[in-house]
Design a protein around this ligand. Structure first.
Ligand code: HEM
Ligand SMILES: CC(C)=CCC/C(C)=C/CC/C(C)=C/COP(=O)(O)OP(=O)(O)O
Length: 312
């Protein structure tokens, strides 16, 4: 990826602290960090609250670092897409070299600090996650295959596993299922967005499913993913991190998510375009609430456990 126009800072001024924070994709990372914190709090056993806080902080910094590496590599794409033109590199407030330096420094720092504060299984998983998002997804899959976000989605799904491992030093069925929940959720989450972002990915030459296989196929894929997702999400209720609260939340949310996927499938383009992609936008917003509430319910079960409540 070479593009001289984004190599140097423009005249728009020096970078502010906020520009460096924006490199870390804080809004997307907030939910990632929440799922990591829930993985940590739901794990059997306990760690000192300071270590727990510090471990989550390391995961947040590592996630942010991978976002900076993504912005470093994707600066050419971000310059083309309307949604991303205002980011620190395409708008000329931060150079690519600075973004790379921030990404690499924070990656190294977060992994080493997590290893020292908790254990090297968690640190290894964090390092692998950063590598997966920055190298496997960003540098390879994103520009190569419409399955980019399906496989690449694994990056965003690892955090609860990292949180869990920070306590237990191990990988367990529950942490793998929490991984699976985010993994199967990512395609409908992203493709709903791709449906209303219309030409952005096409203009940037990114082979998203909407571009390569068309919008009807993308609608079918959104709907199709809601079924395995519902099975896994509800199945998680019957493991040690589940319980009646989680089960209730999962049944309601998955019924709504399948129904929403059906609504998306049934829509045709002229109708969707005429109403400004209202249904697709609502579904994308609901996808965020969906994941937040599933992990929130796991947290509620864990929080009630010390009082003999929560769980089965
Ligand atoms: C390969 C996987 C994923 C892809 C391609 C993807 C893509 C996107 C995109 C393009 C946006 C628009 C936001 C922006 O312009 O900054 C977005 C928003 C968002 N995503 Fe994802 N996402 C993925 C996985 C995840 C995961 C795993 C999480 C959390 C666990 C997540 C949480 C969010 C949140 C919270 C927002 C809303 C941000 C805001 O309010 O601006 N995403 N996602
Ligand atoms: C270490 C750690 C905890 C990592 C978390 C990794 C993570 C959150 C991955 C989520 C993937 C994500 C934000 C994709 C955005 O796609 P994109 O980069 O193609 O989106 P864009 O078009 O907005 O740049």
């Amino acid at each position: 990826m070479t593009d001289a126009s984004i190599q140097t800072r423009t005249d728009s001024g020096d970078a502010q602290f906020g520009d460096y924070v924006a490199l870390l994709k804080p809004r997307v990372m907030s939910l990632v960090v929440f799922t990591a914190a829930v993985g940590l709090l739901a794990a059997p056993g306990s760690v000192h609250p300071f270590i727990a806080f510090f471990a989550v902080l390391c995961i947040a910094i590592g996630g942010g670092a991978s976002g900076a590496l993504n912005m470093w590599y994707d600066a050419d794409i971000d310059l083309i897409m309307k949604r991303t033109q205002g980011r620190p590199i395409p708008s000329g407030r931060v150079t690519r070299e600075e973004a790379l330096a921030v990404g690499l420094t924070l990656s190294g720092f977060s992994v080493v600090m997590l290893g020292l504060a908790s254990n090297w299984v968690a640190a290894g998983l964090l390092a692998f996650t950063i590598f997966f998002y920055a190298v496997i997804y960003t540098m390879w899959l994103k520009r190569w295959t419409p399955q980019n976000i399906v496989i690449g989605g694994a990056a965003g799904a690892f955090p609860p596993m990292i949180g869990w491992a920070a306590v237990t030093g191990d990988i367990a069925l529950e942490s793998v299922l929490m991984f699976g929940l985010t993994f199967l959720w990512t395609p409908p989450h992203f493709w709903a967005l791709a449906l209303f972002m219309k030409s952005d990915y096409k203009d940037a030459g990114v082979p998203m499913l909407t571009v390569t296989h068309g919008r009807k196929t993308t609608r079918r894929h959104v709907f199709a993913y809601t079924f395995p997702l519902a099975v896994l999400a509800i199945g998680l209720a019957f493991t040690s991190v589940g319980g009646p609260i989680y089960l209730t939340v999962a049944v309601i949310l998955n019924a709504l998510f399948v129904k929403g996927g059906w609504d998306i499938l049934r829509r045709d383009e002229p109708t969707s375009e005429a109403d400004g992609y209202k249904v697709e936008k609502r579904y994308f917003a609901f996808s965020l609430l969906y994941l937040f509430l599933h992990f929130g319910a796991i947290l509620a079960e864990a929080a009630l456990r010390p009082w003999g409540l929560g769980g089965w």
